[in-house]
Ligand binder design. Structure first.
Ligand code: GTP
Length: 270
């Protein structure tokens, strides 16, 4: 059982933000933006890069998987394609993750945020054993949340929105961690439509059915969509949504407010 002293210690711990998103959603640009925002507040974060295949990283990571494993060498040695190479590189890195965690824990009293960039191909992290092992190891050591990055301009159609939200829901289900939906690129497309659909599932269902009728009027699809809307309504109850632009820096304050809420949720529930 925790004591008030232990609780105070926990309050001082940094919160780990796992930045996860589809390829091209803007994870790397967002990491750079979060990093420069925190530097401007005199609170530099501790940064982990778990993407072995990133060629250009516009920020400096404290721990970089590329310093430990060369995924191109792994591809050659094990005769693998690019995805197999990235996956194996992550597996190899996972065997050393206790040491990585040791470094993070050593710095835990001096930083407020630990930011983790994940591989560009989302499933390499979210559907692999090593992704799960790394996530569990981090989350059992420090308050942790998931920031799921969404390419807002590319998710304005109801069907794409639904698919993206179901994917996010599956990540919540697998990680069971405090969760933030980060609607990125709001400089191109404001995320109001998404908030409206999340608040009013009947409006969203109507938008989906409209499309269904236009295309083929299939009633099975409409009934399936209705059920999925109900699943999503439940999903939305348990998370926060913020709009940001990694490009312009809009929404940073809201983002960190959401991270703070996640920290509180973690301290209460985990
Ligand atoms: P992977 O490298 O495939 O993992 O992609 P990523 O998710 O790291 O995305 P990245 O940061 O490379 O961004 C993808 C593209 O989106 C780049 O052309 C960025 O310039 C652009 N981009 C990222 N964030 C924003 C944003 O907030 N606004 C706009 N307009 N473009 C953005």
């Amino acid at each position: 059982t925790s004591t008030p002293v232990a609780d105070k210690e926990k309050e001082k711990e940094p919160v780990v933000v796992l930045v996860i998103g589809m390829a091209g959603s803007g994870k790397t640009t967002l990491m750079q933006r979060l990093n420069s925002y925190l530097h401007s507040k005199d609170k530099p974060p501790y940064i982990l890069n778990l993407d072995p295949a990133v060629s250009h990283m516009p920020y400096a990571a404290n721990i970089d998987i590329r310093d430990t494993v060369d995924y191109k060498e792994v591809m050659k040695q094990y005769n693998l394609g690019p995805n197999g190479g990235i996956m194996t590189a992550l597996n190899l890195f996972t065997t050393k993750f206790d040491q990585v965690l040791g470094f993070v824990e050593k710095r835990a009293q001096t930083v407020d945020y630990v930011l983790v960039d994940t591989p560009g191909q989302i499933e390499i992290f979210t559907w692999s054993a090593s992704g799960a092992i790394i996530t569990d190891a981090i989350a059992s050591s420090l308050p942790t949340c998931v920031a799921y990055v969404i390419d807002t301009p590319r998710t304005t159609s109801p069907a794409t929105f639904m698919s993206n939200m179901l994917y996010a829901c599956s990540i919540l289900y697998k990680t069971r961690l405090p969760f933030i939906l980060v609607f990125n690129k709001i400089d191109v497309e404001p995320h109001d439509f998404a908030i409206d659909w999340m608040k009013d599932f009947e409006a969203f269902q109507a938008a989906l059915e409209e499309r269904g009728r236009d295309e083929n009027g299939e009633s099975y699809m409409n009934s399936l969509m209705g059920s999925m809307c109900l699943v999503l309504e439940e999903f939305y109850n348990n998370l926060r949504a913020v709009g940001v632009s990694a490009m312009t820096g809009a929404g940073m304050k809201e983002f960190f407010n959401a991270v703070e809420e996640c920290r509180q949720e973690y301290l209460k529930d985990y």
